[in-house]
Design a protein. Structure first.
Ligand code: ZN
Length: 84
């Protein structure tokens, strides 16, 4: 993770998806909101992620073209370490 981030920023990023899913307990959520009030970087990260999720959910599903799928499968096969 980025070394220049403060421990508070790193903690926020680690819990961001739970924060956006609203699954944190009240104390954790309050800590995050307190940090967001003072940290423009984390506010931008949270808002960008929130908007990305909204856009992703609103986007229609598009089937992957057959050629792209075939290239993806080949690329993933090449990345597999030769184990066993
Ligand atoms: Zn921050």
């Amino acid at each position: 993770m980025d070394a220049w981030l403060s421990p508070t920023c790193r903690n926020l990023l680690a819990h961001m998806s739970d924060y956006l899913d609203e699954t944190l307990d009240a104390a954790q959520e309050a800590r995050i909101q307190q940090h967001l009030a003072t940290c423009a970087y984390c506010r931008a990260m949270v808002e960008t992620t929130r908007i990305t999720i909204v856009l992703y959910r609103a986007a229609p599903m598009v089937a992957m073209p057959r050629e792209v799928h075939a290239r993806l499968v080949r690329a993933l096969a090449l990345e597999q370490p030769a184990k066993r």
